[in-house]
Design a binder for this molecule. Structure first.
Ligand SMILES: *[C@@H]1O[C@H](CO)[C@@H](O)[C@H](O)[C@H]1NC(C)=O
Ligand SMILES: *[C@@H]1O[C@H](CO)[C@@H](O)[C@H](O)[C@H]1NC(C)=O
Ligand SMILES: *[C@@H]1O[C@H](CO)[C@@H](O)[C@H](O)[C@H]1NC(C)=O
Ligand SMILES: CC(=O)N[C@H]1CO[C@H](CO)[C@@H](O)[C@@H]1O
Length: 695
């Protein structure tokens, strides 16, 4: 009663105030004042920030499974049963496309553009028809409609790529994406391992490069190449000589016979994703339709209620379709909701123009690109005043973020960020590598759209954790997706223990892959018999149930005296030497000390050597044993400062004048050292050093 009477009283006094305002002598200035007040109030009401309703208590985003705190699942699940499907009737990647087809029919699906032109769109119905026609053409060429039939796709992102994928799914065939950065040797290995007979190529050059392999006799099973455009009669003729049918894309699909559709089952293989690891030959991760459906369903589940993908949403496709991440986004976010995907022109330097034309609402990114945007924003403010204003505005927006509010219509957005913000952009998803918390938090503030971070790898169909809506803090990769159970296991040699919530991240659930194609040994290394996938990443559980990636389980070995060595940690220390450009640390359990292979930094090495009293060209200096000793002393000094133990320091050094690169096979496309290959390349020097010092 008291509360009610207070309420009544306040209402009454407000009304009285209101009338008393009206009784005031009416003057122009007071009317103006009133109008200003009303419009300010209306403006505030319209633009009043509202926090996004979080899907669960953000202070406990994951739940211990079976009382074991190091093993956790999403807090969005009712019990320990993981999520396989979101929509009951959508159990395969193919079903997701069909759902979009059902929603929109003649609505736009895939878009492409010629330079300087607007986007042209292919409708869902047309895409489905083209997929059926192409699939039928493949069957007419002797392919079988079952998941043991592999179809290669070799090309840049384009509507034809996606149509080829859907053609495979329409007839339950499995897709094997090929891409340039794999390198020729790996492509030969893949074609040989999968015994592929047919590859769809986007351009004639790709077909020609495969034909060349066939001519050398390395890929006996290859018998048909389909080229999407511009096929010259010479190549057809050249193919005929080595018994390879070279066709244009519309030739196989113009065949009049349409085969009965053969939809895949959830347990059927959808794609074999080859990834080039840091060592050895590429491994083909086998991903099923059920894997795809579970991961996408999980993301839909997480966004439930806070973000809904709508039919008029648009995504831009420029990240390689050969990787799971990009394809999941298309299937997940776009097809399943009847939304659109526009392809970039194929030239990354024109990406910004494509974005301006397409105006995507959904933008998948990798951290590298976000870093570039961050640098660009910072370098565009050159006066001290504008820089101070920018930082102040960013801090104001970050304060809102920590209250769960994301928006693009605050005063700061209008004053400071308007030029930076992309029109229509609603959703950004970053994954595939760690992003710096500073960059992420800065961009969340400045871009004013939702930026989610995910963590995962191909082997768990791209994703196993995901940031929850409402938690806009950075420095973690979110909580387990509803399709994944995540645990950390001890790594005693690196001092990580599950009882402290830290260890190697392992994943189990419907998104985990089925092993590597025809490689039981590697499969057994990655997958335990009870289904746990070992990621090789080291994670730490945070008190609110999110996961932080803190390290990488290293290539660890023991020296002969029994000490554990993590060479990558040591290399990271030696990298701080000004003279060192690249370094590889070698040792093994038969020897008692470590050897370094160093590529000196060509920009400073010659002048530095001169200061030490040595003259000569870069190559000559690399040969000089006395100078080599001085470089090693330098490295040891840096190592000592960084706290390396004596057995962790190199005791011998070889200087090498040629950089490790992707081209000479010593780095992976992601610029990590291929340790096995480097060791092989320097086997002679390594053996000679060990034999000299031990005998
Ligand atoms: C292809 O595979 C066969 C065995 O299946 C092997 O003997 C051959 O060396 C392989 N060729 C290449 C180029 O890898
Ligand atoms: C602000 O965000 C909304 C969606 O959240 C979007 O529709 C709108 O275009 C954005 N406005 C600007 C100016 O960026
Ligand atoms: C979760 O914990 C991390 C680390 O303690 C913190 O940075 C983050 O802000 C927390 N998230 C929320 C929503 O409180
Ligand atoms: C299908 C899908 O949603 N894939 C996602 C799986 O989860 C990871 C991260 O958690 C995302 O990056 C993928 O996009």
């Amino acid at each position: 009663t008291v509360a009610v009477s207070i309420y009544r009283h306040s209402i009454r006094s407000e009304l009285e105030d209101f009338w008393s305002v009206l009784r005031l002598p009416v003057s122009t200035s007071s009317l103006l004042g009133l109008g200003a007040l009303a419009s300010l109030t209306a403006y505030w009401l319209m633009t009043r920030p509202r926090p996004m309703p979080p899907p669960c208590d953000l202070q406990s985003q994951s739940v211990a499974v079976g009382g074991n705190p190091s093993c956790r699942r999403s807090a969005l699940l009712k019990d320990d049963k993981l999520l396989d499907f979101y929509f009951d009737d959508i159990r395969t990647g193919y079903d997701m496309f069909l759902r979009g087809l059902q929603i929109t029919g003649d609505g736009p699906c895939l878009g492409f553009r010629k330079p300087g032109q607007p986007y042209e769109w292919i409708s869902y119905t047309e895409v489905a028809q083209q997929a059926v026609a192409l699939g039928s053409g493949l069957l007419a060429k002797g392919c079988q409609a079952n998941p043991q039939q592999f179809i290669g796709v070799f090309g840049q992102n384009s509507p034809q790529w996606t149509i080829s994928e859907l053609a495979c799914y329409t007839y339950s065939m499995a897709l094997v994406p090929l891409y340039d950065t794999l390198g020729l040797e790996s492509i030969i290995h893949i074609l040989n391992l999968t015994e592929i007979s047919l590859v769809i190529c986007d351009r004639e050059e790709k077909a020609a490069s495969l034909l060349e392999i066939k001519e050398k006799g390395s890929t006996p099973t290859l018998s048909c190449l389909v080229v999407c455009k511009d096929l010259s009669p010479e190549l057809v003729e050249r193919g005929r000589k080595s018994e390879v049918d070279v066709l244009k894309l519309d030739e196989p699909s113009s065949c009049s016979h349409i085969f009965l559709l053969q939809s895949p089952q959830p347990q059927d293989l959808a794609v074999v994703c080859f990834t080039s690891g840091t060592t050895g030959k590429p491994k083909g991760a086998m991903i099923t339709h059920g894997n795809i459906a579970s991961n996408t369903s999980s993301v839909i589940k997480i966004l439930e209620g806070s973000f809904e993908i709508k039919q008029d949403d648009v995504s831009i496709s420029y990240l390689p379709l050969a990787h799971m991440f990009e394809r999941m986004i298309q299937v997940l976010s776009m097809f399943c909701h009847g939304a659109r995907v526009g392809f970039y022109q194929g030239d990354i330097s024109l990406l910004m123009d494509d974005i301006k034309t397409l105006k995507p609402t959904f933008f998948p990114v990798v951290p590298r690109l976000l870093n570039r945007i961050y640098d660009k924003i910072l370098s565009s403010v050159n006066s001290p005043f504008r820089r101070a204003l920018l930082h102040f505005a960013v801090r104001r927006k970050q304060a809102e973020l920590s209250a769960g509010i994301v928006r693009n219509n605050s005063l700061w957005d209008k004053l400071v960020f308007r030029k930076i913000q992309a029109r229509n952009l609603r959703f950004v998803l970053t994954a595939s590598a760690p992003i710096s918390p500073t960059v992420l938090s800065f961009l969340r503030a400045t871009l004013g759209c939702l930026i989610f971070e995910g963590y995962g790898q191909t082997e768990c169909t791209a994703g196993c954790t995901f940031s929850l809506p409402g938690d806009w803090s950075s420095g973690h990769v979110g909580a387990p997706l509803p399709c994944a159970m995540v645990k950390v296991v001890d790594i005693p040699e690196m001092d990580y223990y599950a009882k402290n919530g830290a260890g190697e991240i392992c994943i189990r659930g419907p998104c985990v892959f089925k092993g590597y194609l025809r490689d039981p040994e590697k499969s057994a290394e990655a997958l335990e018999s009870d289904g746990w996938l070992h990621t090789g990443d080291v994670g730490q559980w945070l008190p609110n149930g999110t996961l932080r990636i803190i390290d990488r389980k290293k290539h660890i070995f023991k020296l002969s005296q029994g000490e554990y060595i993590a060479p990558e940690k040591i290399e990271n220390v030696y990298m701080r030497c000004a003279t060192v450009l690249q370094v590889f640390v070698h040792g093994d359990s038969l020897e008692s000390f470590l050897i370094g292979i160093v590529v000196p930094n060509p920009e400073v090495f010659v002048t530095w050597a001169k200061d030490q009293g040595f003259v000569g060209s870069y190559e000559e200096l690399c040969q000089n044993p006395d100078l080599t000793k001085i470089v090693m002393k330098d490295m040891q000094a840096v190592g000592k400062v960084a706290g390396l133990k004596s057995f962790e320091q190199i005791k011998a050094l070889h200087l090498h004048p040629e950089m490790f690169s992707v081209a000479n096979g010593l780095l992976t496309p992601t610029l990590k050292s291929r340790r096995v290959d480097i060791r092989r390349a320097f086997q002679e020097q390594i053996s000679s050093i060990y034999s000299k010092t031990t005998h």
